[in-house]
Design a protein around this ligand. Structure first.
Ligand SMILES: [Ca+2]
Ligand SMILES: [Ca+2]
Length: 316
């Protein structure tokens, strides 16, 4: 909420400054304010209340022009995936001792710091997005089978890890931006969205929170759901849990011993013939939808439950 409040306050400040510049609001008293006080208000994430419409916070105005803020969404082209800005932060990766049913490959909990905001696809990559890549001459001309469920806003399935990477390579060429798969650490950070519970919405799977075999949705155990059919997590991301399992960049490692602590992709050692999948799918029981769950699979396999989402590095 603080981040939203900050964004809103920045917008309000921009509007206020326009008013002030036209001489329709504010006074000399409003405009003059020590920089230290501005910084304090900024750090506290407070929204300015009424009565100071003429106040021109130059520090915040400058900040507002620097780049996207956490929670903001954007597209780099009309047919490009919608992206959400995820904030920098620290988190504990892996499942806590208290988590029911924790798996052996996720128990070495470790703290990570992701030092820069980055952008994450709001949804899993859809058939429409994939097919755009094919139409434009990318993605090796490969049109994956949709099982008769329909294309459009359904998440793409039957794509190998290599094919997922061909999509992000094409998207990078098209936009001139650095698109890539998420790292495994980024994926868990984004999925948890500051939570430590089994799922981002709590410890119980509940009903109709996601698509899985036993999630209480109309698609359970039968097929993919159109992207965004369920509520977003705290970072504004949909379907991190369930629908399709998502390829990430990292090579498979049997546990977290020696894992990087900066959120980068772990591609040293391990088995790079297998890459990591996260989040579980429409075909999995709820256990597989836990934020901590990890699975390794051969890079060349096309599977009806496997898809991916994109990440984008945000250069300052
Ligand atoms: Ca998913
Ligand atoms: Ca596992």
């Amino acid at each position: 909420m603080k981040l939203i409040a900050r964004t809103l306050s920045a917008v309000a400040f921009v509007a206020a400054s326009l008013l002030a510049s036209h001489g329709t609001a504010g006074s000399v008293d409003d405009v003059v304010r020590p920089a230290e006080e501005i910084a304090l208000h900024d750090a506290a994430g407070r929204v300015e209340s009424g009565g100071r419409a003429g106040f021109v916070p130059t520090a915040l105005l400058a900040e507002a022009e620097v780049g996207p803020k956490a929670g903001e969404t954007f597209r780099d082209c009309p047919s490009c995936p919608e992206m959400v800005v995820v904030p920098a932060g620290s988190f504990v990766m892996g499942s806590p001792r208290s988590e029911v049913g924790r798996d052996g490959d996720e128990v070495l909990q470790h703290e990570l710091t992701i030092s820069q905001p980055f952008a994450v696809g709001k949804h899993e990559v859809t058939f429409a997005e994939w097919d755009t890549c094919v139409s434009a001459g990318g993605c090796d001309g490969y049109r994956p089978d949709d099982k008769g469920w329909g294309r459009g806003s359904r998440p793409v399935i039957h794509v190998t890890w290599n094919e997922a990477r061909s999509y992000v390579a094409w998207l990078s060429r098209k936009t001139g931006k650095e698109y890539r798969l998420l790292t495994e650490a980024e994926w868990e950070y984004a999925a948890r969205a500051k939570t430590r519970t089994r799922y981002s919405w709590g410890d119980s799977v509940g009903r109709n929170r996601a698509n899985c075999r036993g999630c209480g949705s109309r698609w359970d155990g039968r097929e993919t759901a159109p992207a965004g059919s369920f509520a977003a997590n705290g970072f504004g991301l949909h379907d991190m849990s369930g629908n399709v399992s998502e390829w990430v960049e990292d090579c498979w490692h049997n546990d977290y011993a020696g894992a990087p602590s900066d959120g980068s992709a772990w591609v040293a050692g391990g088995d790079c013939g297998q890459r990591v999948l996260r989040g579980g799918s429409w075909s999995n029981i709820p256990w597989f939808l836990r934020s901590a769950i990890r699975l390794g699979y051969s890079v060349g396999n096309r599977v009806v439950t496997f898809g991916f989402r994109v990440a984008r590095t945000l250069t300052p």
